[in-house]
Ligand binder design. Structure first.
Ligand code: CP
Length: 311
């Protein structure tokens, strides 16, 4: 069974297979003829989405990916509020019950770190982690990497600055894990005091021989970077003593910061963004975050095929 639980489970050949397939979907989806052809690929298959936390991109792009491939989508509307979790049902019992309805894949987002792994332990159907607490968001890391490949044309030899709330941002953690797979990757972490990248990630980077530094100055980091991956402050997750608004202002990328970036660099963000990237930046060709969000659907199409086992 092909669960998707952590980004580091993907090796380079599989990544390349998924990226080539996403390229193919990108071409097919442009025409009505192509979209009709896609409908046959996973016809009669069923996707369950069970989201205990809010989502726009992940949930909608999984649903769109599934429907473009001909799947039926069954979804909970805010599982934290409207599922029987409210009546005290455990995640494990919920997953056991959902498996009785014969979904082909269950995509789950949950506020607890490790929830997707717990679900996978009791599930007879493939589980896809769509974000678990402060743990991981592996499908986001796949689409992030695909976007870097699209925008820059290579994945080796890149200096990637990852900035923002690195202590609690699961997308930054999943991307850092995945970047260790690539030759001569160098990482620069920029985080407000108290929100630095976790030791588990730093230990993993050291073990894999991926060099990284922790930097406090955007003026130092940005001119060196091929990729600037910016993230929001996770206001919904408690961080005692952190003034979220002040941090957001201090760590904001605007026109001045953009001038520090290489002309061929790319500015990414998993979204949603708050004040950490100014809207004035959106029209710069290096601002890739809306293209990045679009890539999410293509990657999730490729992933659904792979999870179900038809590729
Ligand atoms: N990037 C991301 O996970 O966005 P959503 O929370 O909207 O799904």
């Amino acid at each position: 069974m092909r669960h998707v639980l952590r980004s580091q489970q993907f090796d380079r050949p599989l990544l390349e297979q998924l990226f080539r397939r996403a390229d193919w979907f990108h071409n097919k989806i442009r025409t009505l003829h192509g979209r009709r052809m896609l409908q046959e690929i996973l016809r009669s298959r069923m996707l369950f989405t069970v989201f205990y936390e809010p989502s726009t991109r992940t949930r909608m792009s999984f649903a769109a990916a599934a429907q473009h491939l001909g799947m039926e989508v069954v979804t909970t509307e805010n599982a934290s509020e409207f599922s029987s979790a409210v009546k005290g049902e455990s995640l494990e019992d919920t997953i056991r019950v959902l498996c009785e309805y014969h979904p082909d894949v269950i995509v789950i987002r949950h506020h607890e770190t490790g929830a997707a792994e717990r679900a996978a332990r009791v599930s007879s159907r493939p589980i896809v982690n769509a974000g678990d607490g402060q743990g991981q968001h592996p499908t986001q890391a796949l689409l992030d990497l695909y976007t870097i490949r699209q925008e820059i044309g290579r994945l080796d030899g890149l200096t990637v600055t990852i900035g923002g709330d690195l202590a609690r941002g699961r997308t930054a953690r999943s991307l850092a894990y995945l970047l260790t797979k690539f030759d001569k990757a160098r990482l620069i972490f920029i985080a407000p005091p108290g929100l630095e990248m976790g030791d588990d990630i730093k230990e993993h980077l050291a073990e894999k021989g991926t060099p990284f530094i922790e930097e406090s100055s955007l003026a130092v980091a940005l001119p060196k970077s091929d990729v600037v991956y910016w993230t929001r402050i996770q206001k919904e997750r408690a961080a005692p003593g952190v003034d979220h608004e002040a941090v957001a202002r201090q760590f904001s990328i605007g026109s001045r910061e953009l001038e520090l970036m290489k002309p061929e660099a790319v500015l990414m963000h998993p979204l949603p963004r708050n004040a950490e990237i100014a809207a004035a930046v959106d029209s710069d060709p290096r601002a890739a975050y809306f293209r990045q969000a679009g890539n999410g659907m293509l990657i999730r199409m490729a992933l659904l095929e792979w999870v179900i086992g038809v590729s």
